[in-house]
Design a protein around this ligand. Structure first.
Ligand code: GTQ
Ligand code: FE2
Length: 378
């Protein structure tokens, strides 16, 4: 290889901490380039910054625009084997046009027309669905049909067979979250195609899944089935439970008990009923309720999050960026960017005046590797 073919480019600069620029130094740098070598002293501030310097941008997508484009896709793009899903991913503006909401997380709107089926497959990527509006789609996980309705959170650990089926007479939209970018970067992905059509038995649309009948009773685990699973065995966390848990936290606070993370801010995490830990090995999911007129303190953490406004209206501040948000809007909070929320009573469409936010993040990855840090800014 000649020097001009080398992808390594070293520039001698006259700067503090850098060696004096001489013809000999230039010759050394050409020699290093030719051998594909890079010295630390030219790279250190970029490679080893004092705190996370994110490649991702804080960005907001409006739900009404996403739904309009998903609906157009519904009329133009069939769902079937090969393309697999009518899913449209958020592409962070600072990540080179790739379908990455953050450096580790995929977030997409998925859309099924009346009567449509998305074919069965399985993959190592961990996934979940969250429903901000509508009903009528059943996701069939390991041949267990699970109905999806507004407010429901449906985790789906890696390598479980899954298909989706719209049994209703209307189209339905929901969001998907997956660890696709993370698994792409660490090169861990496997994918298998399943049956082209789900069985007749799975077209039945029971009100509750088998997973819920086994695992969906508070504080109780079926002794016949206790055992280690990767990710949660409970395939749906219903809105009525989430709503009540948040309501109770705020009610207890009003009664004088310490029950919220901070005044007016109720927060729950979706957990694996067998262990109390995160529902998926790479993804944490949480739900925030900011009471009418309340605001949260700016907080930052390592790792990135995607939020969807579930109900209400308010303002969100991420670093220097401020958005007015309303139902369905999706936004990204990059690593180590301070984020705070305020509900906006008066402008709200929710009954309570609260701002309800669904959040998912890559925190379990950071947690397991000892890289998690958080900080409150005052
Ligand atoms: O529904 O199975 O948004 O496999 C991306 C990949 C959804 C799914 C996505 C998937 C799915
Ligand atoms: Fe999938």
């Amino acid at each position: 290889m000649t020097i001009t073919d080398s992808p390594v480019r070293l520039t001698a600069v006259d700067a503090p901490g850098q060696p004096t620029v001489t013809p000999e130094l230039e010759a050394l740098y050409r020699g290093l380039e030719a051998e594909l070598l890079v010295p630390l002293w030219t790279e250190i501030s970029g490679l080893m910054p004092l705190h996370p310097t994110t490649k991702a941008a804080a960005h907001l997508w409006r739900w009404d625009r996403l739904v309009a484009l998903a609906d157009r896709s519904g009329h133009l793009v069939p769902v079937g084997r090969g393309g697999e899903r009518r899913a449209i991913a958020l592409a962070n503006p600072s990540l080179g046009g790739r379908p990455y909401a953050t450096p580790t997380l995929w977030a997409a709107i998925q859309y099924l027309m009346p009567g449509e089926d998305a074919p069965e497959h399985r993959h190592t990527q961990n996934a979940f669905r969250f429903v901000v509006e509508g009903e009528g789609v059943w996701t069939v996980v390991e041949r267990d049909p699970v109905p999806m309705r507004r407010g429901d959170f449906l985790p789906q650990p890696g390598m479980k067979w899954h298909a989706h089926h719209n049994a209703a007479s209307k189209p339905m939209a929901w969001i998907d979250g997956l660890d696709i970018p993370f698994q792409y970067d660490v090169e861990s992905q496997f994918f298998d195609f399943g049956r082209d059509a789900i069985g007749e038995q799975e077209r039945t649309t029971p009100d509750r899944s088998r997973a819920e009948r086994l695992w969906g009773h508070p504080g109780l685990a079926p002794v016949s089935a206790i055992g280690a699973t990767t990710g949660t065995p409970l395939l749906c966390y219903r809105w009525e439970h989430t709503d009540r848990a948040l309501d109770d936290q705020l009610a207890l606070e009003r009664e004088g008990y310490a029950s919220t993370v901070e005044p007016g801010h109720a927060l729950v995490r979706y957990v694996n009923p067998t262990s109390g830990s995160d529902v998926l090995p790479t993804i944490r999911a949480q739900f925030h309720r900011v009471a009418r007129g309340a605001e949260t303190r700016p907080r930052r953490e390592t790792g990135s999050s995607v939020y969807q406004v579930f109900d209400g209206s308010g303002t969100v501040v991420v670093g220097d960026t401020l958005w007015s948000v309303t139902r369905g809007d999706l936004f990204v909070v990059p690593s180590w960017q301070p984020v705070s929320f305020a509900s906006e009573a008066g402008r709200t469409d929710s009954d309570s005046g609260a701002l309800d936010l669904f959040q998912f993040s890559d925190t379990p990855v950071f947690d397991k590797l000892g890289l998690y840090r958080s900080q409150e800014d005052s």
